[in-house]
Design a protein around this ligand. Structure first.
Ligand code: GAP
Length: 438
């Protein structure tokens, strides 16, 4: 990272803390490495991103069903999935300072911290282990899920039966996943507790490559609809040494972060690996019978696996902008209106003459449908700037003319242009702009 880019990440981390987007977890105890909390503004942004994904995957596809499976699953799931055996990173320990590193990140075999000698590489499983029930014994060992996908595979037959879907069809899920990452970092880019938005699409073997291509394109399109700059997005195909143990083909969607091109989402052709293994390990038949062709087969799976937190970081990095206006720096998050945490700031120009009452009434009415923020303190310019910083697309101001003709000014965040509209049209105006973009 050059200094301008380091600067951008530093500015973003500080903005996130100051404005209630993201806080360090357990901050009053000095924090805990790679765990983060979302504040009042951040939780809105995160929920909006999740809703946007759910709408475009579940509501806009008649052949995709939703699911919310348990984080704690039967321990045999992780044997069947291959995670107990293969979900590992090669690690080395420093014999002097005892620090631990990923073997591929220390090519010179000398500790990057103290120059000490390193041990041979050992495989380290990334799953968090804990115990279920009151007795800490081997039989009660369980894992926190490292991916949400397995909750979908073990429910494949349940969803198939209750939804009466036919192949091809998909199951989508949003939920927490946990990985004991060795080198977490870059703010919320790599965390130990994070959230995934995954969709497993079950297809007839032989049609998998075509479906893979379809989902690859659709998922790239999704980031563009989210407002991400297309020039900063690209595909990266996994070479044989990068492929996960379950994948036949894999493409990442990458974004150009200040710290380089990095994975945002993985699209994987998982073949029949997972359903076949779960059939073997559980003894339950997970095949599908096609009643038109009278064929029975184990479906192939095309998976789209996105990180909620990484998408949120992408939105922040992509949206962050500074511009100089009359010698002052305006910080603005140019977020797409549909994911903006607050949709409109409502302001009385001054705190008298009935303006606060009128503005509060507008805020109350709009608040039935949108997340709006009422603010009467400080100069109006400062109030606009505070909303610009968290990406609020509209500022609605009640002034002396409002008292006479029942109109308000609406200021648009990016252009800062203002127009006057009648108060009874404000709701429609916002709805229109927020659904169509602007
Ligand atoms: N089910 C397939 C799977 O989990 P993955 O490529 O390991 O595939 C998918 O993860 C996505 O989950 C990644 O593209 C990333 O967005 C997110 N992700 C994975 N590990 C993460 C971590 N430690 N912190 C934040 N997000 C992570």
């Amino acid at each position: 990272m050059n200094s301008k880019e380091t600067n951008l990440m530093d500015k973003l981390v500080s903005l996130c803390k100051r404005r209630g987007i993201i806080f360090q977890s357990s901050g009053i105890y000095g924090g805990i490495n790679s765990c983060w909390d979302y504040g009042p503004v951040g939780v809105e942004l995160k929920n909006n991103i999740k809703r946007f994904w759910w709408q475009s995957m579940v509501y806009q596809h008649e052949n995709i069903e939703g699911l919310d499976a348990s984080i704690i699953m039967h321990p045999r799931v992780w044997e069947a999935s291959g995670h107990v055996e293969s979900f590992t990173d090669p690690l080395v320990d420093c014999k002097s300072c005892k620090r631990r590193f990923r073997a591929d990140e220390v090519p010179n075999n000398r500790c990057p911290e103290c120059g000490g000698e390193l041990t041979e590489a050992r495989q380290f499983n990334l799953m968090f282990k804990t115990h279920i029930g009151p007795v800490e014994e081997e039989t009660s060992v369980i894992y926190l899920r490292p991916e949400t996908a397995q909750g979908i595979y073990v429910n494949f037959q349940n969803v198939l039966k209750c939804s009466r879907q036919k192949i091809p069809f998909g199951i989508a899920q949003i939920g927490k996943a946990f990985r004991n990452e060795i080198t977490p970092g870059n703010f919320i880019f790599r965390m130990r507790e994070f959230e995934q938005m995954e969709m497993q699409f079950f297809v007839k073997p032989g049609t998998d490559e075509e479906w893979f291509e379809t989902w690859k394109q659709k998922r790239m399109e999704w980031y563009i609809q989210l407002g991400i700059c297309p020039q900063k997005l690209r595909f990266h195909q996994h070479g044989p040494d990068e492929l996960a143990h379950y994948a036949k083909t894999a493409f990442d969607i990458q974004y150009e972060f200040p710290f380089g091109w990095k994975e945002l989402e993985g699209i994987h052709n998982r073949t029949d690996f997972d359903l076949r293994r779960h059939s073997e390990f559980s003894g339950k038949d997970l095949s599908y019978f096609d009643d038109e062709t009278r064929e029975r087969y184990i479906p192939y799976v095309v998976e789209t696996s996105a990180g909620v937190d990484r998408t949120l970081l992408t939105c922040l990095v992509d949206a962050y902008d500074e511009e100089e206006i009359k010698g002052e720096i305006r910080v603005v998050l140019r977020l797409a209106p549909q994911i903006a945490p607050v949709k409109a700031g409502i302001f009385p120009l001054v705190k008298r003459d009935g303006m606060p009452e009128m503005a509060q009434k507008i805020a109350h009415n709009l608040g039935q449908h949108f997340n709006v923020f009422y603010d009467e303190s400080g100069a109006i310019g400062r109030r606009y700037r505070r909303q610009d910083e968290i990406g609020t697309p509209f500022g609605i101001t009640v002034d002396s003319q409002s008292l006479q003709d029942q109109t308000v000014t609406v200021r648009e965040r990016d252009s800062m242009l203002q127009e006057r509209i009648s108060i009874d049209r404000v709701g429609e105006y916002l709805k229109d702009k927020l659904t169509k973009g602007n």
